[in-house]
Design a binder for this molecule. Structure first.
Ligand SMILES: CC(C)(COP(=O)(O)OP(=O)(O)OC[C@H]1O[C@@H](n2cnc3c(N)ncnc32)[C@H](O)[C@@H]1OP(=O)(O)O)[C@@H](O)C(=O)NCCC(=O)NCCS
Length: 328
């Protein structure tokens, strides 16, 4: 049945996700309910870049399954993103299949022709993978997760920074938190657009995203509402932002940060700007948010330059993530 952030069932809906995360990655704090609530409100707010809806599977009066459907509205209007979880105590009873059928109906009713879902894979054989294969989905992208345990050895940072500076002496590096400086916001929008085309997406049926300054501000506000702070490192040449990297830190549980978007514009590659902005943001993180103990990042293995930068910094493999598609 339908639910949402203002529904009495929503805390139980969030608990399905928390129980799933505790089962799958027991050493990590699950995503707080506040995060789901803020995302839910965003999906219900007209005029944004994404809408969506929530469904709860209910048995004996309790919520046993959770579905969130995300529908991009400015671009990728043929795709519906599906988030789906079944409480570990209620699996293998057809609950996931029932929710997936509902997702298909909702997506088709919204005019979508494909559904895309991510499956977290801490180990090779996950229920999510078996479930997706059972339902005839295809795996269109496989990424590896890598974790960096903090603090990073200062000598390692210093060597990387020195090499990177030598390779790009004409670039200045700066950092900011949560709000992109006004004079760089148009350039930040271009980086968002390029991120949607240049980051490897395998065979996932996604197209270029439409970004402008308003969308940058919308995303920034969404992160704040979700209780996250975002640290960014950027590289500037002649006043233009040409590269960036973002770290997302959940303020309620700051032990683990997530790597967000990261891109060097094609015409500025080859100057080690990726390493340079990453070093800058790591230094800023150590100075301002020393509670962060670990950073997780996801990369396609084919993305060798990105993986090389991460490995040089000390990131090490910690499972994977796969993206699955089903045409409707
Ligand atoms: C994946 C998930 C949603 C499945 O929910 P579920 O209610 O157990 O799924 P169903 O009972 O409808 O399973 C349908 C079929 O999928 C396959 N399947 C599901 N879980 C499986 C498992 N652990 N091992 C092997 N096959 C499995 C089976 O073929 C199953 O049919 P069967 O039970 O008759 O053999 C649930 O395990 C989950 O929440 N996992 C974590 C989140 C996740 O990975 N989401 C997937 C996004 S696509």
């Amino acid at each position: 049945m339908q639910t949402g952030p203002d529904d009495a069932r929503f805390p139980a809906w969030c608990e399905v996700w928390a129980a799933t995360q505790r089962a799958d990655r027991p050493d990590e704090a699950p995503r707080p309910a506040r995060d789901h609530v803020a995302l839910g409100r965003r999906l219900a707010t007209p005029g944004g870049s994404v809408t969506g809806t929530h469904r709860a599977a209910v048995a004996d009066g309790g919520v046993v399954g959770a579905l969130r459907l995300l529908l991009p509205v400015r671009d990728n209007t043929t795709v519906a993103y599906v988030d789906l979880a079944v409480h570990p105590a209620a699996r293998r009873q057809g609950v996931g299949s029932a929710l997936l059928a509902e997702a298909g109906r909702l997506a088709a009713a919204a005019g979508r022709t494909a559904m895309v879902a991510d499956v977290d894979e801490p180990v090779p054989q996950t229920p999510g993978r078996a479930f997706a294969l059972h339902h005839g989905w295809t795996c269109d992208l496989r990424e590896s997760r890598r974790d960096l345990v903090l603090p990073v050895d200062e000598a390692r940072l210093a060597v990387l920074e020195e090499e990177a500076r030598a390779a790009g002496p004409d670039y200045a590096v700066l950092t900011w938190r949560d709000r992109t400086p006004d004079d760089l916001v148009e350039d930040r929008a271009l980086l968002g657009r390029r991120m949607s085309t240049d980051a490897p997406s395998g065979d996932v049926p996604v197209e270029e995203e439409h970004w402008d300054a308003a969308r940058v501000r919308e995303e920034e506000a969404a992160h704040v509402a979700r209780g996250r702070t975002v640290l960014t490192g950027g590289a500037v040449r002649e006043g233009r932002l040409v590269a960036h990297t973002e770290l997302h830190v959940p303020l309620e549980q700051p032990e683990r940060a997530q790597q967000g978007a990261m891109l060097v514009l094609r015409e500025h590659r080859g100057h080690r700007l990726g390493a340079r902005v990453k070093v800058a943001v790591l230094r800023e993180l150590a100075a301002t948010l020393p509670q962060v103990r670990r950073i997780s990042t996801y990369n396609a293995e084919s993305n060798r330059p990105m993986v090389a930068v991460n490995e040089a910094l000390g990131f090490r493999r910690a499972g994977g993530l796969s993206a699955w598609t089903r045409r409707l």
